[in-house]
Design a protein around this ligand. Structure first.
Ligand code: BGC
Length: 333
């Protein structure tokens, strides 16, 4: 019964979300311009297992918009919600519909980012059929959705996903998506966790002009991931950031990405950046503001890592923005 109700609500919300003029063809350059400033959401929220346990509420989308953001990148651990035949759970998809509809209603661009990157890096054979089945179903489901819905094939390909493997997979995934979404913009990044140094190994199909290239930037890791239990070099804390040399190193790194973007005529989304909460606030603010402003100066869109959980820009406990980080991202809002 609950499932039927969910499905019905999802159907209605999706119908409303996709009502209106047929989708126009948005160039990836125009899409990136509209994306502007954004934030990663919902990646590690219990909402997906049990909506009653949700930290994130749909009202947060209005607060995100009001706080000066134009985009949300939704980090989807979808594999946990697919059955043995790789069918997506209807209740999970219904919840996703509600998020998509609520984001579009706020005039936010919404990036659907498949985020099972650890599974895919460790067990590529097991990942591949799931990932392709995910995109077959999601593409079909959102084929008439507003242009504000953007797909991202896989967050941070790594491990067993060498450049050679990933370059083959992305062509296959794109072919699946293009069957139903010939001109929807799709976000794709290089291997080694979307590392800037691997852009040159990324082989995007030249004929497909609806691709946005993405990179993640956390350099130097010793600063951004200090105290992070999942980073092997994270045990040393007290690492600061902001010297002229550090700033110029960031600019040089971004310039390298920009050269690649110009050479390949692909616009850029800086899909993740930020510094873990264990760093000192002054350094986090300096780093966050420097990365955001430099990305903007180069004409990129960006989505900060992340809304809540860790690297937080929003404190669920006080139900308010972490002001210094928010100010660093969106000055004067
Ligand atoms: C991962 C997070 C991690 C972040 C920074 C993201 O792609 O999903 O688990 O906290 O990168 O390391």
């Amino acid at each position: 019964m609950v499932r039927i109700a969910y499905t019905l609500i999802a159907w209605i919300t999706l119908a409303l979300a996709t009502a209106g003029p047929a989708t126009a063809q948005v160039t990836p350059q125009a899409q990136v311009k509209m994306m502007g400033r954004g934030v990663n959401i919902l990646g590690y929220d219990p909402i997906w297992r049990d909506p009653a346990q949700a930290r994130f509420r749909l009202e947060h989308l209005a607060r995100i918009k009001k706080a000066g953001f134009d985009t949300v990148r939704v980090n989807l651990h979808a594999f946990e919600h697919m059955d043995a035949k790789n069918r997506i759970e209807p209740a999970w998809l219904a919840l996703l519909d509600r998020v998509v509809f609520a984001a579009l209603a706020q005039k936010l661009t919404i990036i659907l980012d498949e985020h099972n990157f650890s599974t895919c890096g460790e067990k590529a054979d097991a990942c591949k059929p799931r990932l392709m089945a995910f995109w077959r179903q999601i593409s079909r489901h959102y084929k008439d959705a507003d242009d504000g819905v953007v797909f991202e094939i896989l967050n941070e390909p790594n491990g067993q996903l060498s450049a050679a493997v990933w370059n083959r997979w992305l062509v296959e995934a794109l072919a699946i998506i293009r069957q139903t979404n010939p001109t929807r913009n799709v976000v794709i990044g290089p291997v080694f966790w979307n590392n800037i140094d691997y852009l040159n190994a990324l082989d995007l199909p030249k004929a497909d002009r609806h691709i946005i290239a993405t990179v993640h930037y956390y350099l130097p890791m010793e600063f951004t991931h200090q105290g992070a239990p999942w980073f092997s070099g994270g045990s040393r804390t007290g690492v600061t950031w902001g010297t002229p040399a550090e700033r110029s190193s960031m600019k040089k790194d971004f310039a390298l990405v920009q050269r690649w973007a110009k050479a390949h005529d692909r616009p850029i989304l800086l899909g993740e950046f930020g510094a873990y909460d264990k760093s000192d606030m002054a350094s986090r603010v300096a780093y966050t503001a420097a990365a955001a402003r430099e990305a903007e100066a180069l004409g990129w869109a960006w989505t900060y890592w992340q809304f809540d959980g860790d690297f937080i820009v929003f404190d669920m406990k006080t139900d308010n923005w972490v002001k210094p980080i928010h100010d660093a991202l969106v000055p004067g809002n």
